[in-house]
Design a protein around this ligand. Structure first.
Ligand SMILES: Nc1ncnc2c1ncn2[C@@H]1O[C@H](COP(=O)(O)OP(=O)(O)OP(=O)(O)O)[C@@H](O)[C@H]1O
Ligand SMILES: [Mg+2]
Length: 261
């Protein structure tokens, strides 16, 4: 795999005469922690759908964990990829117990109890829920949880199969201030852990970049505006171009803020 977790070359996704992604070149190396920023409709979720092997490019080449998308059985690849986002929560049936949802992730199911789980599975599922601060919700039905609780459960679920690549689409969206800060702290802790998978987090807000993240990808109109180490990417010029308005960008330690000027 050569230390390269993800390699996109000229990836274009075309739907209804429009390019949702337009010739995207992007690599993620082992140990890197990426944030993807861009306005609504920029193509961030489409990019994660390619990176998680759920969507094949119309043209170009996508390599995930050393396997060429199109030349590999995606059902072998998917347990190696953790994914949490709105498309997952939207497909969960009512009355799915939280712990079942987490356990079933290792098999690519969304909560249907299809496998015989062993004691270690239960232990790992409960430990992950506890680690993300929702250990006491294991017996609840997923649809009865608050938005913030759901986000944490879905991250625990995404980590269940011990993936090599973790993709989170807007993990902090819909959280209150305390919930956001708590989640960022936990993501920062994960980012700092040597055993953590390569991380890619999508967000609309520079305030939601967790501490310890190393790289940034700025996306607009299906194309990359800038990609590279956070320090180089997170300039007022680059972010203004990405979001289409003049911005002032500030850094305070490992956190960022941006506002219109
Ligand atoms: N199947 C589809 N057919 C046509 N257009 C699509 C399809 N899926 C997505 N799009 C369009 O592609 C563009 C990019 O969508 P995408 O969901 O990737 O954006 P995003 O950056 O994740 O936006 P947001 O920040 O709002 O989540 C949008 O304009 C969207 O309407
Ligand atoms: Mg999106």
């Amino acid at each position: 795999m050569d230390g390269r977790v993800l390699g996109l070359n000229g990836v274009t996704v075309r739907r209804g005469g429009e390019n949702l992604l337009d010739g995207v070149d992007w690599s993620v190396l082992e140990g890197e922690r990426w944030v993807i920023l861009g306005p609504n409709g920029a193509g961030k979720t489409t990019l994660l759908n390619v990176a998680s092997s759920q969507l094949h490019p119309t043209s170009g080449r996508a390599e995930i964990l050393g396997e060429h998308l199109g030349g590999v059985d995606v059902f072998e690849l998917r347990p190696l990829i953790g994914y949490a986002g709105a498309s997952v929560s939207g497909r969960i049936e009512e009355d799915t117990p939280v712990l079942d949802l987490v356990l079933s992730a290792a098999y690519g199911y969304l909560g249907r109890f299809r496998e015989e789980y062993g004691v270690p599975d239960y232990g790992r599922g409960r430990a992950l829920l506890g680690h993300w601060g929702v250990g006491d919700l294991a017996e609840r039905y997923f649809h009865t949880l608050s938005e913030g609780e759901r986000k944490r459960v879905l991250i625990a679920r995404a980590l269940m199969s011990d993936p090599e690549l973790l993709l989170l689409d807007e993990p902090a969206a819909g959280l209150d201030l305390g919930g956001r800060e708590d989640l960022l702290r936990r993501l920062g802790k994960l980012a700092g852990s040597e055993s953590a998978p390569a991380l890619v987090v999508v967000s609309h807000h520079v305030e939601e970049i967790p501490p310890g993240f190393t790289h940034g990808l700025l996306v607009r109109d299906g194309a990359i505006v800038q990609a590279g180490p956070l320090d180089e990417v997170m300039t007022a010029d680059h972010l203004s171009e990405t979001f289409g308005l003049p911005l002032k960008v500030e850094r305070d330690g490992e956190r960022w803020t941006a506002r219109a000027v």
